[in-house]
Design a protein around this ligand. Sequence first.
Ligand code: NI
Length: 507
Amino acid sequence: MIIRTFGDPVLRRKAAPVDRPGASIRRLARRMLEAMREAKGVGLAAPQVGVLRRLAVVDTGEGPLILVNPRITASSGSEVDWEGCLSFPGLLAEIERAQSVSVEALDVEGKRVWVEAEGFLARVLQHEIDHLDGIVILDRARAVRRVPEEEDDDGGEGNGEGPGSAEEAGPGSWPKAAHPLKVAFMGTPDFAVPTLRALVEAGHRVVGVVTRPDRPAGRGGRRMRPPPVKRAAAELGLEVWQGGAREVRTGLADVLAAWGADIGVVVAFGVILPSQVLRTPRLGCVNLHASLLPDYRGAAPIQRALMDGRRVTGVTVIQMDEGVDTGGIIAQQEVPIADDDTAGTLHDRLAVAGAGLVLHALELLAAGRAEPRPQPAGRSVPAPRIGPEDEVIDWGKTAQEIERQVRALDPVPGAHTVFRGRRVKVWRVERVDGPEETGPAREGPAGGTVRPEPGRVVGFDDGCPVVAAGSGAVVLRVLQPAGGSRMSGSDFVNGYRVGLGDRFGGR
Ligand code: NI
């Protein structure tokens, strides 16, 4: 019985209720318990073994529970903790769950049972019922991290308190590749690093790493800074070849041939690969892109999805062709966007989800089971690089648009505005409650209401300035004047003696 891992679409589907538990359900439950124990887990849901029925098995140390058609009838309290999942080996997600739950279900004989659970067991039950609805830990994660190496063997601590208490998984590193490949890795920024590490940990042979040249950094550009992928490669003891567009065009195909790579894995390399390079490895080259292609083709998929207010984005692995982000889709996974996501937090989740998806895609390719499907034509949202015009806050936009822009440009390059001729970066804003359409309106001189001019300070909230937008208003919570450091909105108000009617924006 194989436990399905991320990237497998069965994990994202809703399971159907069991009519009446019979012999086949009993047999399935028994085999799931065996698979769960073998994997050192404490819970397993049927979709995780590819069966879309509402069945889950749980054993947190007090004997096995087999639950058919379980549903939560009551819950209370809330608790934040780290949890793992057998379908996401090596990952821990920080998730807020109810502290206690009442679950109603059938047992394998079809008798009604009730489980009152709190703490760890309550968490496990909520997790398994999520699986039955196609919900996985990444969907609920406030943060995600890899299981630290030293926790690899013994599956967390005690009764599941604290980090490493993988709810379900006996945490391990990335799953071992069934068909290890000789991989040439091509990537440059931080986004690419989790995939490089995952390839090594899964047992693929990374025969060499291609990355862009070191770049001048620091004040005056006198120091040279190696790209993050080069630093990770050095740590992993891997051979590195660096080059820009010209070197790639003239020399890379020979390098890949010399390395004897089966496949090229490309993650945010930053140079378009000529067809000669794409054809050199036996299995061609695959690319990990941080969006649900064909949406957000281009250089800034994460920022653009946030700016557009998308609720869901994702990662896609394509078989590369000569176009930019146009190849056939081998695997794709959705990742939800939280209301408070910044480009930074979303980037980190997508990078980890993408690493898992690349491993999944390589398994399919190595086993000859990959079936790249062409991207739907005519439906693509472009994601052009962020330019200076994207960074300036247009106060005539809605409060919602401004709030999204601020999150999309955090941590780089930051949204900015101008106050008394000085550039100010805006790091955190909050939309003011109230009807989005009307925004804060005041009594006009003739008894009617007038809309305040966008950019004007119309009030204060905990000492922070409330600024009118085209519709609605935003509270400026964290600001950074040019040349200064970050400060709270209230410190800014005090430092600059900001008063009602003062204006942000303009010049
Ligand atoms: Ni799970």
